[in-house]
Structures are given as structure tokens and as C-alpha cells.
Design a protein around this ligand. Structure first.
Ligand SMILES: [Zn+2]
Length: 94
């Protein structure tokens, strides 16, 4: 018999671990696609205030509170850029 059962078992094991890693990747990818962003400053640091008021989000960076949040990385990046520029403008005015 030229069949090595131990090797075969290892092969199955590594295949199983590969699958698990792929599943993890899929979960990460899905969650990042559903990341919510603050419409005021573009920050993803949002806290869902479901325990206090349903469907309300609070931004931990600019204290925005509201039911409306963004779901789009590119749009969020633009808003963030705009927001940071407006902060700089404010500082220059003072
Ligand atoms: Zn914000």
C-alpha cells in the first residue's frame, strides 16, 4: 500500500482551514461594504443609539446626531475632505 493516511488527513485539514480563512475574508468584505459614515464629517466612528432612541446615529468625532447616515466610502472621503477644509477655514478666521 502506497497510501499515506496521515498525509491525506493533513491535506483535508489544510483544505478546511483554507475555507475558514476565505469565509473570514468574505465576512470582512461584507461588513466593510456596509460601513456607515457620518454625513457631516465623513467619519466611520458612529454609535447606534438604539437603546435611547431607535434609528438614531451619533458621530463620535463631530457629535452629529440623526437618522441619516452615509453608506459609501468615496462619498465619505469627499465629505471628510470638505469638513477638514472647513475646520481649517474656521481657524484662519479666528
Ligand atoms: Zn461626524
Amino acid at each position: 500500500m502506497g497510501f499515506d493516511f496521515e498525509e491525506f488527513g493533513d491535506l483535508l485539514k489544510s483544505k478546511e482551514e483554507n475555507k475558514k480563512a476565505k469565509d473570514r475574508e468574505a465576512v470582512l468584505k461584507t461588513s466593510s461594504e456596509h460601513t456607515k459614515y457620518c454625513p457631516k464629517c465623513g467619519s466611520p466612528n458612529l454609535n447606534f443609539l438604539i437603546y435611547f432612541r431607535p434609528s438614531l446615529w451619533k458621530c463620535l468625532d463631530c457629535n452629529y446626531e440623526g437618522a441619516f447616515v452615509l453608506e459609501g466610502e468615496e462619498l465619505a472621503a469627499k465629505i471628510k475632505e470638505h469638513y477638514q477644509k472647513s475646520l481649517v477655514d474656521k481657524q484662519e478666521e479666528d
